[in-house]
Design a protein around this ligand. Sequence first.
Ligand code: CTP
Length: 221
Amino acid sequence: MLNITYLVTAGPTHEQIDPVRYIGNYSSGKMGFAIAERLAQLGAKVILVTGPVSLEVQNPAITRVDVVSADQMFEKCQDYFPTCDGAIMVAAVADYKPVHFSPEKIKRTDENLTITLCPNPDIAASLGKVKRKDQLVVGFALETAADEKKAMLKLQQKNLDLIILNSLGDHQAGFKYDTNKITILDSTGVVFTSELKLKSELAIDIVAKIIEIQQSRPGMC
Ligand code: CTP
């Protein structure tokens, strides 16, 4: 039984434009929820900070924290991370949000409409910056083509211990599917590659790799 606590982020974030509209993405939350369930099955405690998804948590060892926007997800991750042994950042966080929220519904006109966006906080990078020696931070890299160089760059820029690359270009892989195909990299390069598999099966591989690394480092549980 694992005596650890992990923070997992999942799902999309929604960035509100007005009371009836938002900027979002197609993330289903399935990969993040599968990783949280696998950790819990192995005895870990899990804090699952999730954007809006239509999924249910099964294992009572998972504490679900619902958020809507990237700013809310950022705040919850800052709160919980210090009490955790590591974080797995699976959420598809919106990179930008509208500068202004319109409290009134924006009315249709015949003119073009411009909505100015500003960057959201990079949650994974912020945890990478403050992580202690005994904490792991794992990220995902979603690319339109399997690009190990881009994934490696993200690992370095966000100070991650591992990055899981998945490509939207692979058939039946990514956001909307139950299946995915991944490559795991650490700072030395590729450490794992998978076939196209169910996300629940991949969660087993991903968690095994994370635990292996955690247990191989002195000072970690
Ligand atoms: N991430 C995050 N906060 C953000 C953006 C991304 O925590 N504001 C995390 C994701 O959860 C993922 C990793 O950073 O673990 C990489 O996300 P990805 O969308 O692939 O990359 P970005 O950094 O957003 O870069 P780009 O969209 O330009 O590829």
